[in-house]
Design a protein around this ligand. Structure first.
Ligand SMILES: O=C(O)CCC(=O)C(=O)O
Ligand SMILES: [Fe+2]
Length: 361
C-alpha cells in the first residue's frame, strides 16, 4: 500500500517547482502609501479576517518540570498535543542572550533600507531568502507580510548567500539560536515518544540522520484596513514540531479550534510550540496539527520567528508502525519526504487541505 501511495504522490508533483512567484514588499508599499491604500490583491472577503472569539488560553508547559520527569507535566504535554496541538513552553533552556540577540537581529534586518534587504531576495527555484512563499498564481490573494526564510540544519543545507551580513552578528546569532532550539525539540520529541509509550529510539530512527530545520522570520506591517487583510493565511505547518518566538509585544497569532478562532497571547520569554502535519501523520492522527493564522494590527508592526523541524530528506513520511499496534488502520499514506516537501512548497496554503491530500483513499 505504501508503494502505491508513493507512486500517486510522484505523479501529482511532476513538473511543479518548489518556488513562489515574486511579489512586492508589503513593507515598502506601506512606506510609500502610509498604509492607507490596500491593493485589491490583499483585500479579503468581508468577515474573513474577523477578530478571534475564543476565550480559552492554550496550555502552558514548564520545560524544567518536564526535564525533572514530573508526571503531571508529562500528562499536560500529552493532552496539549492531543487536544490543542499548541502550547506555550516556559522555563526552557535557551539562554536569554540568544533569544534577545535573535529578536534584535531580526528586527535589525527588517529595519535595513530596501535595497540592502533585496540583496538577499529569493531567486527562482529556491525557497531561501527575502520575499514570500506559497504564491502559486497571479490571481491568488496575498498575505500582508514580508518574510526571510533560511534553511539552518543540517549545516550543509545552509545557503549562506541568503544569510544577511547585516546586522553584523545576524549569522552567528542565527547559528546559536538554531542549535539551542533544535536541542529543545529533541527533548520534546523524546518526551512525546514516552507519552505515546514508544521505545526511546522510535521517532529518532524514523527521522533518520540529517534532520531538517528551517527558520522563517515574519514581518507584518500595520494596515489601516487591518480587518480586510491577513498577515498569514490559515494553514497548518508541514513539519514535526514548530517553535515560534514573538519578537515584539504585538499579538496576532490565532488558532482554530472546533471552528472558533482563539487568540494566542505569548507569555514573557515563552516559545509557542505547535504540532506539525508530519507529527500528526507519524502518530496516525493522535497528535493534532492545528490550523492557525496571523492577523494584522492597525497601527503597529508585528514580528515573529518560526523554527520548523522535520525528519531527514531521506525519511519516509507515514504513520509509525508502532502507532498501528492495536490493529488501527493507517489513516495516512507513506511517501518519500522529498516528494512530500515538493508537494507542500508548490501549493497554495489552505487550512489543513495539504494534510487531507496525505490521507489514504
Ligand atoms: O506569526 C506567527 O505568530 C505565526 C507564524 C506562522 O504560523 C508560521 O511562520 O508558520
Ligand atoms: Fe505556521
Amino acid at each position: 500500500m505504501a508503494t502505491s501511495g508513493r507512486a500517486k504522490a510522484v505523479s501529482r508533483s511532476e513538473g511543479k517547482e518548489m518556488e513562489s512567484l515574486p511579489v512586492p514588499s508589503v513593507q515598502e508599499m506601506v512606506a510609500a502609501t502610509g498604509g492607507t491604500h490596500v491593493h485589491p490583491r490583499y483585500l479579503r472577503q468581508a468577515g474573513e479576517a474577523i477578530a478571534a472569539d475564543g476565550k480559552a488560553e492554550i496550555p502552558v508547559i514548564d520545560f524544567q518540570r518536564l526535564q525533572l520527569g514530573h508526571d503531571e507535566e508529562m500528562a499536560c504535554l500529552h493532552s496539549a498535543c492531543q487536544e490543542w496541538g499548541f502550547f506555550q513552553l516556559i522555563n526552557h533552556s535557551v539562554p536569554e542572550d540568544v533569544v534577545e540577540g535573535m529578536k534584535a537581529n531580526v528586527r535589525g534586518f527588517f529595519e535595513l533600507p530596501a535595497e540592502i534587504k533585496k540583496q538577499f531576495a529569493q531567486e527562482r527555484g529556491k525557497l531561501d531568502g527575502y520575499g514570500q512563499l506559497f504564491v502559486v498564481s497571479e490571481d491568488q490573494k496575498l498575505d500582508w507580510a514580508d518574510i526571510l526564510f533560511l534553511n539552518t540544519q543540517p549545516v550543509e543545507n545552509r545557503n549562506i548567500r541568503f544569510w544577511p551580513h547585516q546586522p553584523a552578528d545576524f549569522r552567528s546569532t542565527l547559528d546559536k539560536y538554531s542549535s539551542a532550539v533544535k536541542s529543545i525539540v529533541d527533548f520534546l520529541l523524546a518526551t512525546m515518544g514516552k507519552n505515546l509509550a514508544l521505545d526511546p529510539e522510535v521517532i529518532a530512527d524514523k527521522c533518520g540522520t540529517g534532520w531538517i530545520q528551517a527558520v522563517r522570520m515574519n514581518y507584518y506591517p500595520p494596515c489601516a484596513q487591518a480587518d480586510k487583510v491577513i498577515g498569514f493565511s490559515p494553514h497548518s505547518d508541514s513539519d514535526l514540531l514548530t517553535l515560534v518566538l514573538q519578537v515584539n509585544e504585538v499579538d496576532g497569532l490565532q488558532i482554530r479550534r472546533n471552528g472558533v478562532w482563539f487568540p494566542v497571547r505569548p507569555l514573557e520569554g515563552a516559545f509557542i510550540v505547535n504540532v506539525g502535519d508530519i507529527l500528526q501523520i507519524f502518530t496516525n492522527g493522535r497528535y493534532k496539527s492545528v490550523e492557525h493564522r496571523a492577523v494584522i494590527d492597525m497601527k503597529k508592526e508585528r514580528l515573529s520567528i518560526a523554527a520548523f523541524h522535520s525528519p531527514s530528506i531521506h525519511a519516509i513520511i507515514g504513520p509509525l508502525k508502532e502507532m498501528l499496534a492495536n490493529e488501527d488502520e493507517a489513516v495516512y499514506k507513506s511517501i518519500d519526504h522529498d516528494e512530500f516537501m515538493k508537494l507542500f512548497f508548490s501549493s497554495k496554503l489552505e487550512g489543513k487541505s495539504f494534510l487531507e491530500r496525505m490521507k489514504k483513499l
